[in-house]
Design a protein around this ligand. Structure first.
Ligand code: BGP
Length: 467
């Protein structure tokens, strides 16, 4: 396999506001759902490190953006925190806006392209108390927030994204009960998933309006970012295993792909949900809203595949039909710290699926990375973390991406997730993703790991073989 990063293949860093900024009560920032959970039960967070700290990006954004430049990166994605930009009356918070203006100005000065996402699992607490994504009023509030952001930063940002991983909150908070408010209810999860879909579409509508009215740059683009874990089942599947695969793929992947490529939700999945009593409340006029959901391009976060089989039990504890159980592939190579399978070929399989089924939709790898615990073990005599495992991980994924491009996938670039160590939700700083270390005991000082120099070389050698 010949390995050349095409000249126009961009490389960048992915991060998010709630995982990096810290300063959780500075500049009029409101409480968000992570602050609420941290206040309620701090021992749910690894080493009792709640949502308050991030990696101090609020203070260090200039240093970080310069660091991206020194690595040779072209772009960097973060998110605006809804709870920082807007006040409780859904009006702009000027102090919050000021911070993001400064980030935009710095990126411009460093000639780093900013990719700005509007939502990364960070619902403002006052809206969560109104029912969060279960309440359509909150969907409207999100559209107001998106409109405000487009108009405020329209001349400073070219690349916009409505959501990061809209599948995660329905799963983690409402179906699997792993994140606050710990609900295990497939019906409520479906309502949340549906409302997030409508919210995405309303934001795209606001984007188009803002563009028509001259608030945005003419070349501005809108996208959606999701984790499309390519689904697999057993090698010799039963019809029930194949049905589990259809539903897993349908609810987690095709749902969003059909929405952003075709402006509708997959009919076969809606039918199955109807038969199962899980159909969300679809109201007159919603079809027109969904039709607005088409985007310019897509972000594909890839960490691991999803392997499923027919469910052992037919119904869950609430009496709703179960559609799939996890299947542990005996040959799986694991990231034991995160409990995720490492399967670089999944990125290629997704690329081929896009080529076959959504040939007009361009995409980029918007997150990919490896979180490892106790990286102190890997320090050399000079104190630098020798993260060869991370180099191997990224190299293998880049190889498969390049093969996908050679075979016709429209993959435009790659963003490494957590380029600088950041706060991983309730895992806090347990698993470190960074190519750059953050010293929590030393004023959040940044220090290159071995992989930082490696990626710098890879970028320098674009159009040459990766060694
Ligand atoms: C993605 C999220 C990121 C990031 C990453 C790594 O799903 O978009 O926010 O956290 O996963 O996962 P984790 O931090 O849980 O290890």
């Amino acid at each position: 396999m010949e390995l050349r990063l095409p000249k126009d293949f961009f490389m960048g860093a992915a991060m998010s506001g709630p995982q990096t900024e810290g300063a959780y009560r500075t500049g009029g920032k409101l409480e968000n759902i992570w602050d609420t959970w941290s206040d309620l039960s701090i021992s749910d967070f690894y080493n009792k490190v709640g949502s308050y700290v991030g990696n101090n990006f609020y203070e260090k954004y200039e240093e970080d953006i310069k660091l991206f430049k020194s690595l040779g990166l072209d772009s960097f994605r973060t998110s605006i925190q809804w709870s920082r930009l807007m006040d409780q009356d859904q009006k702009l918070n000027p102090e919050g806006a000021d911070f993001y203006h400064k980030v935009c100005a710095c990126a411009k000065e460093q000639r780093i392209e900013l990719f700005m996402n509007l939502y990364h699992f960070d619902m403002p607490a006052y809206l969560f108390r109104k029912g969060g994504w279960e309440n359509r009023e909150v969907v409207e509030a999100y559209a107001t927030y998106a409109r405000t952001a487009f108009r405020e930063f329209g001349k400073e940002i070219t690349y916009w994204f409505t959501f990061n991983e809209p599948i995660v909150e329905p799963d983690q908070r409402y179906r699997d009960g792993l994140w606050y408010p710990f609900i295990q209810d497939a019906k409520r999860g479906m309502a949340v998933q549906y409302h997030l879909s409508l919210a995405h579409c309303l934001a795209v509508r606001e984007f188009q309006k803002a563009k028509e009215e001259g608030f945005l740059l003419p070349e501005a683009k809108i996208g959606l970012i999701n984790c499309f874990a390519p689904p697999y089942t057993k090698e010799d599947p039963s019809p029930e295993d194949l049905e589990a695969l259809r539903m897993e793929d349908g609810v987690k992947n095709r749902w969003w792909l059909d929405l952003v490529a075709e402006g509708r939700l997959p009919k076969d999945i809606l039918e199955t949900l109807k038969d199962s009593g899980l159909l969300p409340d679809i109201r007159p006029g919603d079809e027109q809203i969904l039709a607005m959901g088409r985007v310019d391009w897509l972000g594909f976060n890839y960490y691991h595949p999803s392997r499923v089989q027919a469910p052992r039990e037919k119904f869950d504890q609430k009496g709703y039909p179960k559609y799939a159980d996890a299947y542990v592939w005996p040959e799986a190579k694991m990231n034991i710290y995160r409990g995720w399978e490492i399967y670089p070929k999944g990125i290629y399989d997704f690329g081929m699926k896009m080529k076959e089924e959504y040939p007009n939709l361009k995409f980029f790898i918007s997150e990919n990375g490896m979180g490892v615990e106790h990286e102190d073990r890997f320090r050399d005599k000079e104190g630098q973390i020798q993260d060869d495992y991370r180099i191997e991980f990224v190299k293998e994924h880049l190889e498969w991406i390049l093969k996908a491009i050679q075979d016709g996938a429209k993959c435009m670039g790659y963003h490494y997730w957590g380029l600088i160590d950041n706060w991983s939700w309730n895992n806090a700083f347990k698993n470190r993703y960074g190519m750059v270390e953050v010293d929590l005991a030393g004023n959040y000082q940044r220090r290159w790991k071995k992989s930082a120099a490696w990626i710098q070389e890879v970028i320098r050698a674009r159009e040459q073989e990766i060694s």
